[in-house]
Design a protein around this ligand. Sequence first.
Ligand code: MEV
Length: 327
Amino acid sequence: MVTASAPGKVYLFGEHAVVYGEPAVPCAIGLRASVTAEKRDEGLRIEAEDLSLSGFTVEYDDDETNRPDIDVPNSLVDAAMGYVDEAVAQVREAADSPDAGFDITIESKIPLGAGLGSSAAVAAAAIEAGTRELGVELSKAEIAERAYQVENTVQDGQASRADTFCSTMGGAVRIEGDDCQRIDSPDLPFVIGYDGGAGDTGALVAGVRELRDEYDFAADTVEAIGDIVRRGEQALAAENIDEIGDLMNFNHGLLSALGVSSRTLDSMVWAARDAGGLGAKLTGAGGGGCIVALDETPETLTALEYTPGCEEAFRAELDTDGVRVES
Ligand code: MEV
């Protein structure tokens, strides 16, 4: 039996635009998904706990008729299980063991579909745990590549490498097309607000694609996000936290223009700014889920806790460890 874990992430800059080849800078955070893989004779049995901050347990089986009714949004759980199914397919291919069976147990502190990279973390941890359980040791580069294949398959060919590379490598990373690198970053005081909801990544990505195809100014908006990221990289290198915050605010405005924010995400962003946060933006696909703000003082955290629509607010630190074997 092998347990591996991988971190979630926030986007400092660049989500959505990264799908069209613009650069993005996601940062891994110390909120992890753990996956335990144990060989069994055949098939796949998945048990998952705490796939939302409110927590629930679900058991999945290869045979759909054995799947129990559950009282959490089925589409989200189905999506999560889709990532595990695809991750196991990658494990079987990497280990050249097409018939390998597994009991998979997932424990995750990363809310599902909320912009914190839950699916990428589960995919990377499942690939690491599954291959190690079969006696195969993959490089991090191979885990990142295979986790990307998982996301790309589940998201109908519309995934960037950002989430999976960040979760596998840890730290702050820069993604531009197929070019993925770790970059230096100062300590960033992340405060996260979570509205308890989730966005449908596939539908949100498709919505931006339609706008971009229809309107030149939407295509320009996507390019402008790329400009923000390039400027943000300079601010990171100069450790200019004030400018990083300003650029996060600008980035949120452009994501909002592309239709991927929501009333509660906007409320949390404004609450963080009003409380003195250095910058605040939605993180990930949007539509619902999380915002990320920068603030060292307690004010932003407290303001978010009292913001209508904010279900949880918490601090998160940059996690420089990517995927790792736990036991
Ligand atoms: C989702 O976490 C981030 C998006 O940019 C999609 C992707 O990069 O695959 C919206």
